[in-house]
Design a protein around this ligand. Structure first.
Ligand code: HEM
Length: 518
């Protein structure tokens, strides 16, 4: 037996009461049991000063697929091993909650689907997943095309004057316009004008990101809450968003009441195909606070992620003219001068691989957060209840032991005649949309949105980094941002036929969509 155990036996022979010994030695034993995991020490400043997943990568190379990182009294488990990740996300997912994430996001998402746990999560997931059915996602393709077309018009001007454009903020506006319309039938029109509500959304988003990287939760200090100008601004923004959402919910309720409603699995109102309309029509029995939380969650989840994917895809393409011309070739051949149809999306295979590869190199978000709700075994190591866990998707996706030329942008690694990569066929070394029961519910929506936007943009323009663009570096938010924007020069392509036409909308049968290898 171990040294502490022998010591305990000897002390008990000396007549010390067993309950006291048990208490003292339990601490020892626990310490021994739980401290088998390799331990790294960190500086709290590192988390704030740069993209914090970069130092975590260095530690991963040193300590391996699971280690405990200590900052003074705080400790995190950093997990970058596919089989342990699969255990946490899928096989034993019931033993894990969203932990810190739920605490950070509470002010904006409340009990929305991303932070929610337990019974609330189960009920809300069951209510919301059906709203993203095939017919809905197919109908959204036109919305994606129209929004991208507005962005193209904006870029026409820049192309003719030769001025540089900051693409990251344009992508953010593109995806905000799309998600507003898709989730609650609201036109943010952020590509064309700046209204108070658009600014309010950005104030709230920045605050969420600020909180996720703040070492001290100042927003919990009672007096600070009332005097800090930043928090006052955040509260005003939240108030505006909430009252806008309440109005939209009320409008939608009236529409549903007036409708001759026949609700069925692929129900969709043609005038208002939004997710909100589906939820209300389904008779979803939910408090208005919960509904607001859910809508807000979808708004944020569907907006920043897609914007980040497009930003980094265009950055990668600017570094690799070979991939860009192959991509443009496919788009010219498959799409011609049309707005994309669902058939086209199925055939834009290289375009889809470019996005898969971009998501490998720049996963959004780069880190998933969990907390253990009971003791568990991670690989060979026992862990405690209430341990905060960071699953580094960044490390998984860039691991030199899991990938050949891990840092190389190489869409060819995903053969066109093979399946599109996902967490299942890649055995959890590739997690663009998470995995297990909490996998993203917008994966199909987002994939279509990104393919449409990418295809339509590269069909019309050539993109390169502007000659005087600031270097493109990463910084951490909820997703990976650039530090100083993605400043590009756009040029009209000469091969591109001038006016796109809108295709006859074909409502494809669900079967044909399932076959799509996107
Ligand atoms: C969850 C990625 C777009 C709604 C997730 C997760 C990831 C992810 C990695 C898992 C988080 C975790 O396990 O902690 C992405 C990426 C997107 C995208 C990369 C774009 C390219 C969307 C869109 C929507 C959406 C468009 C909504 C229409 C959600 C929701 C969850 C989620 C509601 C939480 C699901 C749950 O916990 O049950 N997403 N997402 N996402 N995503 Fe997405």
């Amino acid at each position: 037996s171990s040294f502490p155990m022998r010591l305990k036996n000897n002390l008990s022979k000396l007549g010390i009461l067993t309950p006291i010994l048990d208490l003292v030695f339990k601490t020892f034993e626990d310490y021994e049991k739980f401290s088998q995991i390799p331990e790294a020490k960190g500086e709290i400043a590192a988390i704030r000063s740069e993209a914090f997943f970069l130092p975590l990568y260095e530690l991963y190379i040193t300590y391996g697929g699971i280690f405990r990182l200590k900052f003074g009294p705080k400790a995190f488990l950093i997990v970058s091993d596919p089989s342990i990740v699969k255990h946490i996300l899928k096989d034993n997912s019931k033993a894990y909650s969203k932990g810190i994430l739920a605490e950070i996001l509470d002010f904006v998402m409340g009990k929305g689907l991303i932070p929610a746990d337990g019974e609330i999560w189960r009920v809300r997931r069951r209510a919301m997943v059906p709203s993203l059915h095939q017919k809905f996602v197919t109908a959204m393709i036109n919305l994606f095309s129209q929004a991208t077309d507005r962005l193209c018009k904006k870029l026409d001007t820049a192309a003719s004057t030769g001025e540089a454009v900051e693409m990251e903020s344009l992508f953010s506006r593109l995806t905000l316009d799309v998600i507003g319309k898709a989730v609650f039938n609201y036109d943010f029109n952020s590509l064309t004008n700046d209204t108070g509500i658009v600014e309010a959304v950005y104030v709230v988003l920045r605050e969420a990101e600020n909180r996720s990287t703040a070492p001290i939760p100042v927003w919990e200090i009672p007096i600070w809450k009332d005097v800090s100008p930043r928090l006052k601004k955040v509260n005003a923004a939240l108030k505006l968003i909430n009252s806008t959402l309440d109005d939209l919910i009320a409008i939608c309720k009236r529409l549903v009441d007036e409708e001759e409603l026949q609700f069925h699995e692929e129900y969709m109102n043609e005038q208002d195909p939004s997710i909100l309309h589906f939820l209300l029509a389904s008779g979803d029995d939910v408090s208005s606070k919960q509904l607001r939380d859910d809508l807000m969650t979808l708004l944020i989840a569907g907006h920043e992620t897609s914007a980040a994917v497009l930003t980094w895809t265009f950055y990668l393409l600017s570094q690799d003219p070979g991939v860009m011309s192959k991509l443009q070739n496919e788009v010219d051949t498959v799409l011609g001068d049309r707005f994309p149809s669902i058939e086209d999306l199925k055939n834009l295979k290289y375009t889809s691989r470019v996005i898969s590869e971009s998501l490998r190199l720049y996963p959004q978000p780069p880190v998933l957060i969990r907390r253990s709700m009971k003791e568990d075994m991670l690989g060979p190591y026992p862990i405690r209840k209430d341990e905060d866990i960071f699953i580094s998707v960044w490390n998984l996706h860039r691991s030199p032991s899991l990938w050949e030329d891990a840092d190389k942008f190489n869409p060819e690694r995903w053969p066109l005649d093979g399946p599109a990569p996902n967490e299942t066929n890649q055995n959890f070394r590739y997690l663009p949309f998470g995995g297990g029961p909490r996998k993203c519910i917008g994966d199909m929506f987002a994939s279509y949105e990104n393919i449409v936007a990418l295809a339509m943009l590269v069909r019309r323009f050539d993109f390169e980094l502007a000659p005087d663009a600031p270097p493109v570096k990463m910084t951490t938010g909820a997703t990976i941002h650039t530090t100083n924007g993605l400043v590009m020069r756009v040029r009209q392509r000469t091969r591109y036929p001038a006016t796109p036409t809108i295709p006859v909308v074909e409502t494809a049968s669900p079967a044909s969509i399932t076959e799509a290898a996107i």
